[in-house]
Design a protein around this ligand. Structure first.
Ligand code: NDP
Length: 497
């Protein structure tokens, strides 16, 4: 399915996490195949850039059409490779389609040339700002949202005028290949504008050193550090979207049942394998007991499985169950209590709610990436915020409060890139809003205007419109010019104290 020729000898299998069945076999692309993909991408980038805003918009719209028309086919593949329920996969793809629509419609407005004021000292100049594509962007993506997450970079990089070479996770290569195949159907003149290379981490590492003009990495903080170090070798700019330990604050006057519903969805959908998933909840004493009861009642209805009625699927990556088990053991050893769940069978983790877990335990400090929630009682929302902000990570978060102004104040002071008030995860569904983290959750932004600019270089242009009587930027300026400038500065700016 990939336009990259299959010259690679070594292959790897993509497995269904529910039963270990082989879903597909893919080449491990090495340096030669990655270099070949880069050569084609470099040439295709020129063609893509030459299409202009209208041409790119039309091609992106055609791609959007393929994705929308074949949404169930792709959702089925996501279900089989990643394990999440088909319905959740449909929702994930629908969000990606909305992002294609927004990026295609807004790229010219956000990035196109515009006149800017030249300013007092250079009134002779006309000045323009525009945002130009980097050229070829290398995208490294994870498996947990194998469509929406890498597409957050791919869509915005393409809309900004770049060609893209994408290395999907070794757990979801089929989804990556499908996306490139859909592109080739929509843009048969130049499938090389968006190519996929497959393989394991080494293929990703090869791509970071293959001469790409920018790297967009989404994955774990540990790998993010390695990717950034590789990019530093050649000063390749890099966007880093890493994990989180996102928290919810439930304030005194919150709608407790709605907060519980959101916490359970935010923490346990997709088997908790959501970078912006809720992993910790801080509930004030006024609502704590009611909140725990509401969460427990709602969790009792959840059943993991691979069938259509299951709430969530198996862990996509078998080794992740070990991380979840370690966090559970650590929490219980430190005095934590299991209200419900706490068991790991095969690839499935039972929906788990933990109370009284100390703040220094792994289940509160490290990314668990499983269907678990810790709920901690705090005297008030200020103490909740202090604990939320004590994390080294800061991706998203949520505040539940009956007061709009109080919630907004807490949201603003939450140390994270994104916060939802009275809901969870919703910021990722608004194409106009930027997505990204702070601290060990990474830096740079996908989505929205910032996402388009992330994949562009700002270009400044000036043009002299007429000759001034005195040219300040000339050895021929008179000796009195500096005094005149100083007097003008005093008159214009010197009055402000
Ligand atoms: P990894 O860090 O293991 O891998 C991410 C991608 O990088 C994969 O394609 C991987 O390939 C590749 N890779 C691995 N090693 C290297 C290397 N040395 N150089 C270049 N590329 C490499 O993350 P996961 O796939 O396990 O994804 C889960 C993580 O992603 C979680 O921490 C989650 O929070 C985070 N995440 C963050 C999001 C955000 O937007 N901030 C969104 C979604 C997830 P391979 O899989 O083949 O090893």
């Amino acid at each position: 399915m990939s336009p990259v020729p299959e010259t690679a000898v070594e292959t790897f299998d993509s497995l269904d996490p529910a039963n270990g069945q082989v879903l597909g076999t893919y080449p491990v692309h090495g340096p030669a195949e990655v270099a070949a993909a880069m050569d084609r991408a470099r040439e295709a980038a020129l063609w893509w850039r030459a299409q202009g805003w209208d041409g790119r918009r039309a091609h992106l719209s055609a791609w959007k059409g393929v994705l929308a028309r074949r949404i169930h086919e792709l959702a089925d593949l996501v279900h089989r490779e990643n394990g999440k329920p088909h319905e959740d996969a449909v929702l994930e793809i629908a969000l990606a389609v909305e992002h294609v629509a927004w990026a295609a419609a807004n790229a010219r407005r956000v990035l196109g040339p515009r006149r800017v004021r030249a300013g007092l000292l250079v009134v002779d100049q006309a000045a323009w700002l525009e945002y130009q594509p980097y050229g070829v962007v290398g995208v490294l993506g994870p498996w947990n949202y194998p469509v929406l997450t890498p597409m957050g970079s791919i869509i915005y990089a393409l809309a900004a005028g770049n060609a893209v070479v994408f290395k999907p996770s070794e757990y979801t290569p089929g989804v990556g290949a499908w996306l490139a195949h859909a592109w080739a159907m929509a843009v048969p003149e130049r499938p090389e504008v968006f190519q996929v290379v497959t393989g394991r981490g080494e293929t990703g590492a090869t791509l970071t050193r293959a001469g790409v003009d920018k790297v967009a990495f989404t994955g774990s903080t540990a790998t993010g550090r390695r990717v950034m170090a590789a990019c530093a070798e050649n000063l390749v700019p890099v966007l880093i979207e890493c994990g989180g330990k996102d928290a919810m604050i439930v304030d005194d006057d919150a709608d407790v049942v709605a907060a519980a519903d959101a916490a359970v969805w935010g923490g346990m959908s997709n088997a908790g394998q959501t970078c912006i998933g809720i992993e910790r909840v801080y509930a004030t004493s006024a609502v704590y007991d009611r909140f725990v009861a509401a969460v427990t009642e709602q969790v009792a209805r959840l059943r993991p499985g691979s069938d259509d009625e299951a709430a969530y699927g198996p862990m996509t990556m078998p080794s992740q169950t070990g991380v979840v088990q370690r966090h559970l053991d650590d929490a219980l050893g430190a005095g934590g209590r299991v209200v419900t769940g706490g068991t790991v069978h095969g690839g499935y983790v039972a929906p788990t709610v933990l109370l009284d877990v100390p703040e220094d335990s792994a289940a509160v400090r490290e990314e668990t990436f499983g269907p678990t929630l810790t709920i901690t009682e705090v005297p008030d929302a200020e103490e909740a915020l202090r604990r939320v902000n004590a994390s080294t990570m800061g991706l998203g978060g949520s505040v539940f409060s009956g007061s709009a102004s109080r919630a907004l104040d807490l949201a603003r002071r939450m140390r994270s890139g994104m916060t939802s008030i009275n809901s969870v995860l919703t910021f990722a569904s608004v194409p106009a809003l930027p997505f990204g983290g702070v601290g060990e959750s990474g830096f740079g932004r996908i989505h929205g205007e910032d996402g388009l600019r992330e994949f562009s270089r700002a270009k400044a242009i000036t043009r002299r419109r007429f000759a001034l009587p005195v040219d300040l930027m000339s050895f021929g300026r008179p000796a009195t010019a500096a005094d005149t400038v100083a007097r003008v500065m005093g008159l214009v700016h010197g009055r402000h104290r």
